[in-house]
Design a binder for this molecule. Structure first.
Ligand code: DAT
Ligand code: MG
Length: 140
């Protein structure tokens, strides 16, 4: 498996509880390198566009309101098999189903307030990185 890049968000429930460093440590301990990082406060339009694939889901409104409720930290992570590795470190969407040692098991509050986002495919990673970062901001 080649070196990949993936897109990550440290979500409002985590930034609010000052967990950014603990979450980044989980990425780094798993062998992922932060090659871009910025703290932003998403607009509603950004959240709706970013999560556009979920626009028909019953939780869409709640999800977008949550994502703009506090600042977030958007990052690009690089490493061997980075997309799957990040998903493994994140754990299952619902923290009740997440494995021990994962970010969501340790930190998530609920299925909605689940501390982190991570791209789920190479196509999504490419799109999501480009949504928040210019090429010049990625420093490998
Ligand atoms: P993931 O973030 O693990 O990729 P997803 O893409 O299925 O999960 O959903 C995106 C986000 O939407 C998820 O992180 C939290 C929210 N969400 C998903 N299912 C939900 C549900 N049943 N109720 C409330 N929020 C939900
Ligand atoms: Mg997803």
């Amino acid at each position: 498996m080649a070196i990949q890049r993936t897109f990550s968000i440290i979500k409002p429930d985590a930034t609010k509880r000052n967990l950014t460093g603990k979450i980044v440590a989980k990425f780094e301990d798993a062998g992922l390198r932060v090659v871009a990082s910025k703290r932003i406060h998403m607009t509603l339009a950004q959240a709706q566009s970013f999560y556009g694939a979920h626009s028909e889901r019953g939780f869409f409104g709640e999800l977008c309101e949550f994502m703009i409720s506090e600042p977030v930290v958007v990052q690009v992570l690089e490493g061997e098999n980075a997309i799957q590795k990040n998903r493994d470190v994140m754990g299952a969407t619902n923290p009740a189903d997440a494995a021990d040692g994962t970010i969501r098991k340790e930190f998530a509050l609920s299925i909605g307030e689940n501390s982190v986002h991570g791209s789920d495919s190479p196509e999504a990673a490419k799109e999501e990185i480009a949504f928040f970062f210019s090429g010049l901001e990625l420093v490998g």
